[in-house]
Every structure is written in C-alpha cells, then in structure tokens.
Design a protein around this ligand. Sequence first.
Ligand code: ZN
Ligand code: ZN
Length: 437
Amino acid sequence: MIKRLACLAAAVLAVPTFAADLTDAVRNDYDAYLADLFDHFHRNPELSTVEFKTAKRMADELRAAGFDVTENVGGTGVVAMLENGAGPLVMMRADMDGLPVEEKSGLEYASRATQTDPITGNTVFTMHACGHDVHITSMVGTARQMAARRDEWNGTLMLVVQPAEERVLGARAMKDDNIWDRFGKPDYALAFHVSSSDVAGVINVSEGSPYAGADTVDIIIHGVGAHGASPHRGKDPIVLGSQIVLALQTLVSRELSPREPGVVTVGSFHSGTKHNIISDAAHLQLTVRNTNEETRAILLSGIKRIAENMGRVAGLPEDKLPEVIVSEESVPPTKNNGELARRLKVAWADALGDDAVVDIPTKGMGAEDFPFFTDDPAIPSVYWAIGGTPQEDFAAELAGGPPVPSHHSPLFKISPAPAVRSGVESTVVALLALLQE
Ligand SMILES: [Zn+2]
Ligand SMILES: [Zn+2]
C-alpha cells in the first residue's frame, strides 16, 4: 500500500508542473528580450530568397541560445540543432520572408524598409505582411526556453528557419539540399502560422487539412484572326475563352461532392489588341485548389476535358484545340496527422487551459509549402494557427467599424505580445510532450 502511494506520488510529480512557470517565464522573456527582437524583425523585412540579414540574425540568436547552427541550407535557410540524450528527433519550422508591400498599418514600428526585388530588379518597399516576423521571434523564444529546460526533455530538437515560403520555394530548396541526410530525418515535424482571423493568443488546430494544395494552370486558346466586321471568316478566341471560363465553373459546383472543397479561379484572361480585330489567340491563367489527391485529379482532368471539348464545339480542328499546361510547381495540401493533433490538443489544454485551444476550420484555400518537408518521406506532422487580432477589433468590425485587415494587406497587423508569447508557449508544450523517451 505504501509502495503504491509512493508510485502515485511519483506519477503526480511527473505530470508537468511547468504550465504556470512556463507562462511566467515566456512573459518575462518577451518583456526583457523578445519584444525588441520582434520590433527589429518587423522594421526590417526581406523578400523571398534574399533574407540574408534575417537569416544571419536568426543564426546568431540560435547560436547564442546554445544550438549547433548551420547556415545557407537551401539558399538562406538555417538549421539549428540541440542534442539532449537519447530520444526522438523533433523538427520545428519557422518561415522568415516578407512581402513586396508598402506598409500602411499606421503602427509606430511600421516598416519603411526597401529592397531590390529579385524578380523584377526594381526597388520596392518590404513588409512583414504575413506575420512571419512572429514565427521567427517565437522560434528564438522557443530556443531559449528549450535550452533552459534540458532536464525536462530527451532527444534532439531541430529548428528550421525557412526562406521563400511566399514563393513556395524554400521548403523544397532545403529538402533538395539534403536536410534529412545531413541533420537526421525527424520523427515529428511541427509548424504554426499566426492568423489575423483568430483571436490573439488562441491556438487553433484541426485534425484535417489546414492548408490546401495548389496547382497553376495555363490554357492557350488558338483562334483564327479576322476583321471584327467579318466574324464568319475567323474563330474568335475571346468568345471561346469566355465559354471555357463559364464551363469551368461547373467543375466545383457539379462534379465535386458538395461536401468536398475545391477552387477553380481564372485569375487572368488576355487576348486581342484592338476594337475591330478578332484575335488569333487567348491566354487564361488559373489557380486550382484541393485538399486531397482525388479532388486534384478530378479538377485537373476536368479542366483539360472542358477546354479541349469547348474547342471542338467551336469547330476547331484537332491540332488547334486549346492547350492545357499544368505547371510542375504544384504544392500538395498540408495535412495534419489526426492522432498527433489529438495528442497535442490534450497537451495544450492540460498546460494552458481548455480555453486556449479551439478548432475553427479555415474558410479559405490558401496553400503552404510545409508539406514538402512532411510528404516524401512521410513524417507525422501538425500545423496549427496562433491568433493575432485582439477581440475588440473583431467586435469593432461587427459593429460596423473598420474590417480586420487580411494577410498580405498593407494594413495587416498583429498584436505581437500575445501572438509571440502563445507561439512560444504552444511550441514548447508540444516539444516537451513529444521529446520524451
Ligand atoms: Zn503569406
Ligand atoms: Zn505566411
């Protein structure tokens, strides 16, 4: 009986007692250190693939926290390792790029930085208009907590600072630079995104697919040019293109199950030069979104079928049918491992309270390049959101006030204190739950 009591006591002691201590420690570190670091990152955003100063600062910060740091992985990527005995290898990723947007948030610490855009060669304003400054600041906070808490975990922690998420290039570049061969293949992979559509500080996690898969499709329509007054002499690619655009709308509405999400957006339609000329070509540019391979196949094959057959309807010969080109730059959907998501939900609720965790499905079909880390080979992963907007801003919008700005908007803003603190706390709790023998 005494022995059993002793066991029970040990079991009670083994339950993490870090919750209150963690919240205080993160709050103190935010006030003393991370707030200034966020301010620095927010004022100094850098564009995708040219995040040189950001990467250097991250490498310095993670080295100072006691990690073994390797720079220039897949371009400007940084990998920081902390070994702490036998146990699992867990990877946490933070993306670090900003966007070519001129900040108009009105914040005192708004960015006025400029940079040469590597795509256009033009000098452009840069802004952390997606909140990646929250991700990297939180990663430094996580590194500092995990290094200070080595007696609370076992295994190896891999922190991945990823470039060029906005151009969905960085994760693939780090994979192609043999990240797993060089640093080890993780047993689990984690990431979060700050979200302006969630209440500041809340952890929003689903067991499904937080981000969609995306394909880029071009349709080249061949017509026969003619005088605008003699349409019978030509094949009008604008009329045919318009029919294709409308017919494509039936894919999601008539061919997918009504409970299955999908998007076919024609974002660009170019043809013609002048009022009275029937052009000989038109060009459509599409983005196509899915949350699984089956939907992707239905949408992509449907686009080809509709485009080609509308060409036949218009009487085009077989060698002049519309061409459908699917870009190789396809992004798979981000899919959470259900069992792992449930495990982390329990860990977060235990450590931070039931109210800290919600499961509000996303309404959009945004895409992410994180699955390049987790799909091949498959690594169980969870991607969650951290809220970044104060409750009173949502209330003001509901009352007819200014709408909460979306990501990538010049007005975008995040409340850094609750977002960064929750970013650190949720990551540390997840890591401590997984990094056990
Ligand atoms: Zn973004
Ligand atoms: Zn983003």
